[in-house]
Write a new protein. Structure first.
Length: 304
């Protein structure tokens, strides 16, 4: 038997999740620790701490069980996951598969069979800029961290969209998730390529057309970045613009990954047929979909 569950890292949320593994130990999943020798061997290291928990000391829990576990139905069904303490803005994700969570998140599930709003639609509404304006004035700020507790979520004003509008929300949600998946896949592919081929970044000057480029700054900080022409990238910082025209597409892509993934003002000379998509283009598409979501939320709430 396998007694493990997937739990998202809370900073991975915003329409998507990242996963680590936990042991979901309850009287139902592990009635006797002797039946799971590997888990016992692992937990024995923490036994002195586990035995000091109140419910264990009172004889209500075995030392290897979770202290306050919840019904598995909550974790097994579809849900919206809301990070309780998120930096800068709210972070929500629709999770349609079995996934287990700790107290760093709140879960939104269907209460009964009559469900007027799909959870994908709700995810879009709660992740929108309009929702952020509401959370900003109704939640507790801890420095740059927004704390969204259950009682705050319960007060959020939900307007029921029409069936047609919900279909538009759901289509946008799926596009956002797909774009984030592509971003993650391309970033992972790039990192593996750099590691396996032992690639090193080279100075930008060796890869650009000097007569058509202008480097205002080589810092990794920027306000926005765009592909102006197939081989030209513009980087906007407060009061200055860096224009880079590359000699070929591979070097332009190699710069994007060095700059956006590693924060290096340099160029990776990537192998031919590397299969990497433009990070700038993917991010532009993602931001465009976010803006589409915000427009649809404003339409829903009749906000001009």
């Amino acid at each position: 038997q396998v007694v493990d569950r997937k739990i998202p890292g809370r900073e991975g949320l915003l329409y998507g999740i990242v996963q680590i593994t936990i042991i979901y130990s309850t009287p139902e999943t592990i009635p006797s620790i002797e039946d799971f020798p590997n888990i016992k061997k692992h937990l024995e290291k923490f036994r002195p701490i586990l035995e000091k928990r109140r419910e264990v000391e009172n004889g209500k829990r075995k030392w290897w069980h979770l202290h306050w576990y919840r019904s598995e139905e909550i974790f097994e069904g579809e849900k919206v996951v809301s990070v309780r303490q998120a930096r800068f803005r709210q972070r929500m994700a629709y999770v349609p598969f079995p996934a287990y969570f700790d107290l760093s998140v709140n879960l939104i599930t269907y209460k009964g069979e009559n469900n007027p709003v799909s959870l994908k639609t709700l995810t879009c509404i709660l992740n929108s800029d309009i929702a952020f304006e509401w959370f900003k004035f109704n939640c507790t700020w801890r420095g740059d961290t927004l704390q969204i507790d259950r009682n705050v979520l319960a007060r959020f004003p939900i307007r029921i969209p029409s069936k047609e509008m919900q279909e538009r929300f759901e289509a946008l949600h799926d596009e956002v998730v797909d774009l984030k998946r592509k971003l993650n896949e391309n970033t992972r592919k790039f990192k593996n390529m750099v590691h396996n081929l032992k690639l090193k970044p080279e100075p930008v000057n060796k890869a650009i057309v000097l007569s058509e480029s202008y480097i205002a700054s080589e810092t990794s900080e920027f306000d926005s970045i765009e592909v102006e022409q197939p081989l030209t990238i513009k980087i906007y910082r407060s009061g200055e613009i860096t224009t880079l025209k590359f000699r070929n597409m591979r070097d332009r892509i190699g710069f994007e990954y060095a700059f956006l993934v590693e924060g290096i003002f340099g160029v990776y000379h990537l192998p031919r047929d590397n299969g990497l998509e433009s990070l700038v283009k993917l991010q532009e598409k993602l931001q465009s979909r976010f803006q589409d979501v915000d427009r649809l939320v404003r339409e829903l709430y009749s906000i001009t």
